[in-house]
Write a protein that binds this ligand. Structure first.
Ligand code: UDP
Ligand code: MG
Length: 338
């Protein structure tokens, strides 16, 4: 009987050595940052539920109410009676980037999908994202195929912004990629571990790296309501991005300073020499006024640029929390055991 017993041992060993079948147990979190999206949530949540049931993973949907003044929370709360839906309500409007951070922190899935609440990010793409994830991608982001829906000014501005950031960044931002993406748990944990207050998410996604796949898509028009990102807010966001991911503006100041100082010195030497050699008078006051104003202007701009960075340091040093949660409802996935 000895050989048979031996054989049995080998068999059980083999069974143990095989990787556990994890796919069936894999879980997906969907995070939706919402600021006054009640009307859109009424459309999106049923769609999403149906779609997630079809994918065949365990799932949860986390609605982050970013201080809405409409009944976004009420809509989300009625859905929270169903298993899988959760509402995280922030104490006020903290902005989309903070709302995303709140959602990422609350999510317990093995992968997290971020999508807007206004149906611009079509939920149908989630299935494809999950496919890519299951075949090994750690980040799957959606890239807009075209910007035909946007005005010329916004397109030019966007191009300039990507130029300005990517000119010196070691981790270039992929153009036309937004927050619509799936991230593996590893990536989410990496993002959550980043200590900075100023969460320019696009930059942070690029910074953490990981195996990344892009999926082209065409954003749908907003279902209800209007975009909260007007020209001024976009400009602000762009400046945030540039000052938190590059330092070339500071270097530019030094270069401009040098470029101006060297010729000025040369001109000064020339004036002194010509006074002694040919006895000519110092030329008139207009030169002085013009150059004074020019240099003062450059100085003020320089101080402003330095100020942007100092302001950034100030925000970081205060070390306030990114967001405050007012209340939570519903049951999503069970607590993660690390
Ligand atoms: N959003 C948010 N907090 C804000 C502004 C916007 O959570 O302070 C959400 C908004 O509800 C939406 C997403 O961020 O789900 C994208 O916002 P929006 O559609 O206004 O921007 P756009 O699509 O024009 O970039
Ligand atoms: Mg939108």
């Amino acid at each position: 009987h000895a050989p048979v017993a031996h054989l049995k041992v080998v068999e059980t060993d083999e069974v143990v050595a095989q990787p556990p079948v994890q796919l069936a147990a894999a879980a997906l979190s969907c995070v939706i940052p919402c600021f006054n999206e009640a009307a859109n949530l009424r459309l999106l949540l049923p769609l999403l539920e149906q779609l997630l049931q079809g994918i065949g993973l365990r799932w949860e949907v986390i609605v982050v109410d970013d201080g809405s003044s409409d009944d976004t929370s009420d809509v989300a709360r009625t859905w929270c009676q169903l298993a899988g839906f959760r509402l995280v309500r922030l104490s006020r409007n903290f902005g989309k980037e903070a709302a995303l951070s709140a959602g990422l922190k609350a999510a317990r899935g093995d992968a997290v999908v971020l999508l807007d609440g206004d149906l611009q990010h079509s939920p149908q793409l989630i299935g494809k994202m999950v496919e890519q994830w299951r075949s090994g991608a750690e980040v799957v982001y959606a890239v807009r195929e075209n910007r035909a829906d946007e005005g010329a000014l916004k397109r030019v501005g966007t191009r300039l912004f990507y130029r300005a950031v990517n000119i010196s960044s070691r981790t270039p931002l992929p153009e036309d990629a937004g927050d619509f993406r799936l991230m593996d748990r590893k990536v989410v944990d990496a993002l959550l571990a980043l200590p900075e207050r100023n969460r320019f998410m696009k930059g942070l996604y690029a910074w953490v790296g990981f195996k990344t796949v892009a999926l082209p898509y065409t954003p749908a028009p907003r279902a209800e309501g209007q975009s909260r990102f007007g020209a001024l807010r976009l400009l602000n966001l762009a400046l945030d991005g540039i000052t938190s991911f590059t330092t070339w503006p500071l270097r530019l100041i030094s270069v401009i300073g040098l470029l101006l100082a060297v010729p000025a010195l040369g001109y000064g030497v020339f004036l002194v020499l010509s006074h002694f050699i040919s006895g000519s008078d110092v030329p008139g006051w207009s030169t002085i006024v013009v150059s004074l104003m020019f240099f003062m202007g450059i100085q003020l701009v320089s101080v402003g640029i330095v100020g942007e960075y100092v302001g950034r340091i100030f925000e970081e040093v205060k070390a306030r929390p990114l967001f405050l949660v007012r209340e939570e409802h519903g049951h999503g996935l069970a607590e993660r055991t690390p």
